[in-house]
Design a protein around this ligand. Structure first.
Ligand SMILES: C[S@@+](CC[C@H](N)C(=O)[O-])C[C@H]1O[C@@H](n2cnc3c(N)ncnc32)[C@H](O)[C@@H]1O
Length: 366
């Protein structure tokens, strides 16, 4: 069985590494997603959902076929053995997207996929209308370059919704999966000091702490797949127990600092919800003047032109940071492509990343 994990563009390689570390086979990174195979479907679904740090959701791939007409789409979807997955009362909402294809109308494709799956299920159960009054089996489709992929979503809410950051609006938060990726790229594994110098809601510091302790990011949340009748329910608890047994304890030096004391209070509350507040020190400090210990790896997601301040203010901030951080290990994410000029030093490495739809650059100095 093939499973697919979509991810933010730029994170495919990191996500593929995570899947390999979790023991999965035939891991294949493609644009915006990673495929892998599993013999024990239920255990794989639970393990991937609970443990992945950089993936957005875990999908079971039901079909992949070419279609350039609605008839081909209908027949391809009707050929799926839907009755294996969706019981008589199951609700099956259909969502998806179309990219660079002949079939580009999302609502039309959605209707056809719904009709084709409902027709097949109706024939299998001997009814003309599916009642859809039971549990939900979310169906997702992706039509790209005339290739249709149909999936069953086992995650429900996206995996970046770890549950520690409530929906209250904070200034320009990083997506948790992107923060986890930046921690991976910084190679911080719990040794030495880590400073999130513009912590805002604390996402980088919290993801660093979860990673240092090897706490599975999805340990405390629920997944739609837990209710699927064709996946054994026991595997979820045993995968949670396995993840718990792999956690580390130790002495960690993680600092989250920000100018704004309200942001810090929010970051602390989030860290408490994530269960890592005891290993993060929260400090009100100006990143331009604060102390940086010699062994510190610095992560920074400063305010940038388009989102938080004017371009000239951002330039001034980067110049001041250059004066204090130029020779330090620094991983700084910004959407400002003039960053290096203002900072005054070329990065050793650069990586294009996306915070949701916003293109950013991670400037790496080490
Ligand atoms: C883009 S937000 C950081 C978002 C954060 N990564 C998150 O996930 O919530 C930038 C943060 O930098 C803080 N800030 C602005 N200027 C600062 C400075 N000179 N020193 C420290 N923090 C600063 C702001 O208060 C804001 O919380």
């Amino acid at each position: 069985m093939t499973l697919t994990v979509p991810c933010l563009f730029g994170l495919e390689g990191l996500l593929a590494d995570e899947l390999k570390r979790l023991g999965f086979a035939a891991v294949e990174a493609v644009d915006g997603r990673v495929n892998f195979t599993a013999d024990n479907l239920a255990a794989a679904v639970a393990r991937a959902n609970i443990n992945l740090r950089t993936g957005e959701r875990v999908l079971i791939r039901l079909a992949e076929f070419k279609a350039t007409t609605f008839e081909e789409l209908f027949q391809g979807v009707k050929a799926i053995d839907w009755e294996t997955y969706i019981p008589r009362g199951g609700a099956f909402p259909v969502t998806g997207r179309c990219v660079k294809s002949k079939l580009m109308s999302i609502p039309d494709c959605q209707k056809i996929i719904k009709k084709a799956s409902a027709t097949r299920l109706g024939e299998a159960y001997g009814i003309t209308r599916m009642p859809e009054d039971g549990i939900t089996y979310p169906v997702r489709f992706n039509i790209m370059s005339d290739t249709v992929r149909v999936y069953l979503d086992t995650s429900g809410a996206a995996l970046h919704k770890r549950g520690y950051r409530p929906d209250t609006p904070v200034e320009a938060p990083l997506r948790e999966t992107l923060a986890a990726a930046i921690v991976q790229l910084s190679r911080y594994r719990g040794r030495g000091t880590l400073i999130d110098a513009f912590c805002g809601s604390g996402t980088l510091a919290i993801e660093a702490a979860l990673n240092a302790r090897n706490i599975a990011p999805g340990q405390g949340r629920k997944y739609v797949g837990e209710a699927f009748h064709f996946l054994s329910r026991d595997v979820w608890q045993s995968e949670r127990d396995n993840a718990k047994a792999r956690e580390f304890t130790g002495d960690y030096h993680i600092i989250a600092s920000d100018l704004d004391s309200a942001a810090l209070a929010n970051a602390r509350a989030n860290a408490e919800r994530a269960g890592v507040a005891d290993i993060i020190r929260f400090e009100t400090a100006d990143a331009r003047t604060r102390d940086y210990p010699g062994d510190a790896i610095i992560l920074a997601n400063p305010p940038y032109g388009e989102r938080l301040s004017t371009t000239s203010e951002a330039a001034k901030l980067y110049k001041a940071l250059g004066e204090i951080l130029r020779d330090k290990p620094l991983y700084l994410l910004t959407a400002d492509l003039d960053f290096e000029r203002d900072f005054g030093a070329k990065a050793k490495k650069r990586r294009k990343l996306y915070n949701g739809m916003l293109q950013c650059m991670l400037y790496m100095y080490f």
